[in-house]
Design a protein around this ligand. Structure first.
Ligand code: GDP
Ligand code: IMO
Ligand code: MG
Length: 422
């Protein structure tokens, strides 16, 4: 059995958590393959809202196994908080959550390095979530990192202190005050919490599950335009958020990838710094923010909003080999008489239809206007009930991209999801 992948096609927050939860009944296993607690994946059902950061979004469906893969970076403090919050609502994961020995650990000093680096950059800061993601992946590729498997070794404290000292030496180059002691205490409590879970060779586990014909969905974090290689560099995260990241982040061979679900919002958002050609600075932008409740699930920061960017979406579909598109937040557009989509860009008086190397230069999007449907679609259960203007929008995107939109999300709740006929 091949493994399916679900990932974001924009700058994150496309609604991955919601859709993974919706699709989980079709799968035996949900596996996170990259990123860490910079992610905030929101799930809503039964008048209940839950945000997950490290833990895969399959956990609320009984009988599903969940894996934190080798490509993920874990902060033990945040992980323990997530686990404690779940225990409060009677969700116990000791027998269903598996953690890769090869996942890297975010140390308290990684978080400090992240904060010091961002403060030092001043105006050019990335707008990082300050969870220590960048410094942790730097130590991974720099071959200095600590991994989950290391916590089982007798020399773990020695290794921890060695790396911490290395970070303190780097911090001498910054004019940055810090205090590590409180967080460090919680961090070691978090390490004990991780030890109460099944720490495994997840790549072998996953490949065996595939041999047993178990169905697996790989859950992406962030989005394609935040990918370290293909995103709007340097305003990106530090991992490969694309389909290829599922191969390296889980130990799955490329020829074992099945369906690739690419999620996009019916418009665009971005949180943090970096270029965003279709960003709106007018009433429409404010309206998208307020109606779409566009505030970060991890940091609470206001998300920047703009119209859908088709050249960028096409690029993301290409990089990921998307086989099915999922459009979320279609309900937010129901409040607009007219809305727009960028179909190309004007760059130095030339029409450019593809995403250029640098979108930080002056770019004027070329827009196509669409009529809004001005009717509540959040209770719709079948595509036959879609207003004609929504059908026109869906049809236009499918034809432009050449990939079917198989799911349309019309509200944050699990139930507010319309499956389209293939
Ligand atoms: P993720 O990081 O991709 O999982 O997305 P987030 O959870 O960070 O952000 C998506 C936000 O939109 C959350 O607050 C979801 O509850 C909400 N959401 C998801 N799908 C829809 C939808 O179709 N309509 C509306 N109105 N909200 C949605
Ligand atoms: P989910 O999985 C939206 C952004 C940050 C910043 C940049 C780098 O919820 O979609 P980092 O902390 O990774 O060094 O920050 O990436 N970012 C996200 N934006 N959703 C996310 O995750 C994000 N994770 C990181 O805002 O601009
Ligand atoms: Mg999010």
């Amino acid at each position: 059995m091949k493994i399916d992948v679900l990932l974001g096609l924009q700058w994150g927050d496309e609604g991955k958590g919601k859709i993974v939860d919706v699709l989980t009944p079709n799968y035996n296993v949900i596996a996170r393959f990259q990123g860490g607690p910079n992610a905030g994946h929101t799930l809503e059902f039964n008048h209940f809202k839950h945000v997950l950061h490290t833990i895969p979004s399959g956990i609320f469906r009984e009988g599903t196994l969940n894996i934190i893969g080798n490509g993920v970076v874990m902060d033990p403090v945040i992980f323990k908080k997530e686990i404690d919050n779940l225990k409060k609502i009677n969700v116990h994961l000791e027998s269903t959550l598996f953690i890769s020995k090869k996942a890297h650990l975010i140390l308290p000093s990684h978080r400090i390095l992240d904060a010091a680096s961002e403060a030092h950059k001043g105006k050019t800061k990335i707008g990082s979530t300050l969870k220590g993601i960048g410094p942790t992946y730097m130590d991974k590729t720099g071959r200095n990192g600590l991994r989950v498997g290391d916590i089982l070794n007798p020399n773990f404290i020695e290794k921890y202190n060695f790396l911490k000292q290395k970070h303190f030496d780097i911090l001498k180059n910054y004019d940055f005050e810090y205090n590590i002691s409180d967080y460090e205490k919680e961090w070691f409590e978090g390490i004990e919490c991780i030890k109460s879970f099944q720490i495994i060779d997840s790549e072998i586990f996953i490949n065996n599950l595939m041999l047993e014909n178990q169905t697996i969905l790989a859950e992406g974090a962030q989005g394609t335009l935040l990918d370290i290689d293909f995103g709007t560099y340097p305003f990106v995260t530090s991992s490969n958020t694309v389909t290829a990241g599922a191969c390296t982040g889980l130990g799955v061979a490329p020829n074992r990838i099945g369906e690739v679900f690419g999620i996009f919002k019916a418009y665009c958002t971005r949180v943090g710094s970096g270029p965003f050609p279709t960003e709106l600075f007018d009433n429409d932008g404010d309206k998208l923010t307020e109606i779409g409740h566009e505030y970060g699930a991890t940091t609470g920061r206001r998300r920047r909003c703009g119209w859908l960017d088709l050249p960028a979406l096409k690029y993301s579909v290409m990089i990921n080999g998307v086989t099915q598109l999922i459009m979320t937040k279609a309900d937010v557009l129901q409040h607009f008489d007219i809305f727009k989509v960028a179909i190309a860009y004007f760059i130095e008086n030339t029409v450019v239809e593809s995403l250029p190397y640098d979108i930080g230069i002056p770019i004027k999007p070329i827009y196509m206007e669409f009529e809004g449907w001005k009717t509540d679609i959040s209770k719709i259960k079948s595509e036959d009930e879609f207003p004609k203007e929504l059908k026109i929008y869906i049809d236009f995107i499918e034809k432009s991209i050449g990939v079917p939109i198989t799911i349309v999300s019309v509200g944050p709740n699990r139930e507010e999801t319309v499956f389209r006929k293939k």
